[in-house]
Design a protein. Structure first.
Length: 426
């Protein structure tokens, strides 16, 4: 591996550690952090990296070139589409003055060496003791309480008041984590019983109660919407979206938000943005291994972005399915995720997902016994077999790069009985 590439990989790992607040013990991540990182990557990108792969990457003196898909999975945590975009936007600044500084201050360092040595030993003992305590497995002597109650029945933002009781758990520290992101983990008082948290996005979230480094209890949080909810963000990593002021979002037989409505909601339309429509609800017993989904979408021709597109997402209890369509010429950015299987347009020929999105696109996803087939204009284009069970379908979302419209939506269960259908008639 040449020197510049190695520096970028080191920079990528360091930025990931900072973003997710991972504990780097002299160049090596803890097992718990590696497991969390693997989950975070799969949650963000749909790609699953094995623990052995991550261990090799964070191994001391690692000097190999990872596979391109591995690099893409890593930079997804940092909000980049691929390794090329990461390298084009992040700057590695080599410390070319290091040798000069060492030579100029050699005497000072030598004189300070005994003091520094003592300080290093003391810090090492403290770190060793702290790390040993952090790795200690909690001891559970009885029942552990972890439940939550909403302050509002539907909509966002949504405050959930969690009730916990850890009197039967012997551990050094306790934490609450609202979903998959470890950066949102906060310490809680083991003698307390309540912790409140705000969820800004609709969806199906899994809150965690953590003792030391172990998850001891989970609680499912279904943040639902009252029909269709449009919102805007400038990046998919934004924690706080822009909620649109209530308006007439159904027009001309479509669900559509105009730029004038965006401006009136204080959206800066001169910036790149993602317009999302959420519909999160109880769809009944629609299982992820057998269902069908039918919709028609289009992008607005007035979009000023170079590559317009739309990502249609089917949310399940454990994960998501999605199909990402892009305008012609931008096929590199297409993607598809069915079950645990993710394919991108960088390392796969998904060119049939490149479409003239200014024209209505008829998209269908049909899943039969964990075999998913994607149809465009009633023609099968890709079939993927997955193995994991993701529970029930619990929500739908559409993410447009720029503005776009939904003509209709239909969701059917295993028996092909329609459980939800909406024609956007005025």
């Amino acid at each position: 591996m040449n020197h510049p590439e190695k520096e970028y990989i080191s920079l990528c790992k360091r930025l990931i550690e900072e973003k997710l607040k991972l504990t780097n013990d002299s160049g090596v991540l803890r097992q718990r952090d590696l497991e969390y990182l693997a989950d975070a990557i799969e949650e963000k990108s749909g790609m699953k990296l094995s623990l052995s792969t991550l261990k090799r990457l964070w191994r001391k003196n690692y000097d190999q070139t990872p596979h391109a898909s591995t690099l893409q999975a890593l930079v997804s945590i940092l909000g980049y589409r691929d390794w090329h975009e990461f390298k084009s936007k992040e700057v590695v600044v080599p410390d070319r003055t290091k040798v000069k500084k060492i030579n100029a201050h050699l005497i000072e360092w030598w004189m300070a060496f005994p003091v520094a040595l003592v300080l290093i030993v003391v810090l090492w003992l403290i770190a060793f003791r702290s790390d040993k305590q952090a790795k200690r497995k909690p001891v559970i002597h009885g029942d552990v309480l972890f439940t939550g109650n909403k302050t509002v029945a539907q909509g966002v933002p949504s405050t959930i008041i969690f009730n916990y009781d850890v009197k039967n758990v012997d551990a050094d520290s306790f934490f609450f984590q609202q979903a998959w992101n470890d950066a949102e983990k906060v310490r809680i008082d083991p003698k307390g019983h309540y912790y409140s948290n705000i969820y800004y996005y609709p969806g199906f979230h899994k809150a965690k109660l953590i003792a030391n480094d172990s998850i001891i209890k989970r609680f499912r949080v279904h943040v639902t919407t009252n029909g269709w909810l449009p919102l805007v963000r400038y990046s998919l990593m934004d924690k706080l979206p822009v909620y649109l002021k209530s308006g007439k979002f159904v027009r001309d037989g479509c669900l559509r938000v105009t730029k004038q409505e965006l401006v009136s909601s204080n959206v800066n339309v001169d910036r790149d943005f993602v317009l999302s429509y959420y519909n999160v609800r109880d769809f009944g017993n629609v299982q992820s291994d057998n269902f069908s989904f039918d919709t028609q979408v289009s992008c607005d021709s007035g979009n000023a972005v170079a590559c317009h597109g739309v990502e249609v997402v089917i949310m399940c209890e454990a994960h998501i399915f999605f199909v990402r369509l892009m305008g012609k010429g931008c096929e590199r950015d297409v993607g598809i995720k069915m079950g645990e299987i993710f394919q991108d347009g960088v390392h796969n020929d998904l060119s049939r997902l490149g479409r003239n999105l200014y024209q209505p696109q008829h998209l269908q996803v049909k899943v039969v016994n964990k075999t998913a087939t994607v149809y465009l204009d009633d023609q099968p284009v890709y079939t993927i077999r997955f193995t994991n069970d993701f529970g029930k379908v619990v929500g739908l979302s559409y993410n447009f790069i720029g503005t776009g419209a939904i003509d209709y939506v239909q969701l059917s269960n295993e028996k092909r009985q329609t459980v939800y259908e909406e024609q956007f008639d005025e």
